[in-house]
Design a protein around this ligand. Structure first.
Ligand SMILES: CC(C)(COP(=O)(O)OP(=O)(O)OC[C@H]1O[C@@H](n2cnc3c(N)ncnc32)[C@H](O)[C@@H]1OP(=O)(O)O)[C@@H](O)C(=O)NCCC(=O)NCCS
Length: 188
């Protein structure tokens, strides 16, 4: 099992492994209808959330974290290690998939962007991954704003690729960053 890339402190934010005591805070916003407007998973059963959160610290492939400010959970960051696609023979577990949810009571304060940057740092510097991707509904201005601000590269637009329960088929944007791009940026 790989060691966790957490905890990481960035300015006033602490990103750390989730624990059972975080569940109440996470449940206070995870099923908020505004939060879920552009989430693919529009509702999470509390028992499933509990099971998933408690499994993270021992998972060999999931390194999701909670984001704390002044002792309060304000966001969750998702990080899954996956195999890169392609022909047989590729090394396993080289790629990362990231995502994030910010408690709407703390929105537009840069927490989403800081979380995405910390997830990238964890992927490249903590876990030694080679490529990290993220995807969003193209109409989700918050997520697109975060991915742009975090410095990921927009590399695909898929037309009418994702179902939305109120709006029908919507476009999806895909972002990525390579380890060499991250290194060039941090060395600059
Ligand atoms: C998307 C989300 C993570 C943004 O988090 P945040 O902490 O508010 O984002 P930031 O403060 O870092 O914003 C970065 C930029 O994104 C853009 N942005 C963020 N929220 C926005 C919104 N509601 N409308 C338009 N632009 C927005 C802005 O350009 C912003 O920069 P600015 O505040 O300087 O103008 C948060 O709104 C959220 O959790 N939404 C629900 C869950 C979700 O959609 N997650 C992503 C799934 S792919």
């Amino acid at each position: 099992m790989r060691p966790s890339p957490w905890p990481v402190r960035i300015d006033d934010l602490l990103l750390r492994d989730p624990v059972e005591a975080d569940l109440e805070a996470l449940l206070s916003f995870r099923n908020d209808p505004d939060v879920n407007h552009f989430m693919v998973r529009t509702h999470v059963d509390p028992d499933d959330l509990r099971r998933e959160v408690l499994a993270v610290p021992t998972s060999p492939t999931e390194f999701s974290c909670v984001v704390e400010r002044d002792g309060q959970v304000v966001a969750i960051g998702f990080l899954d290690v996956v195999d890169g696609p392609g022909q047989p023979g590729a090394p396993a577990g080289t790629d990362g998939l990231i995502g994030y949810i910010v408690d709407p009571r703390h929105a537009r304060q840069g927490i989403g962007t800081a979380t995405a940057r910390a997830l990238l740092q964890a992927c490249f510097e903590g876990l030694g991954l080679r490529r990290v991707t993220a995807a969003a509904y193209a109409d989700n201005p918050g997520s697109v704003g975060v991915l742009d601000a975090a410095g990921m590269r927009r590399e695909r637009l898929e037309r009418q690729a994702l179902w939305h329960h109120q709006l029908g088929w919507l476009d999806e944007v895909g972002y990525a960053l390579l380890a060499e791009e991250w290194a060039a940026r941090t060395e600059a």
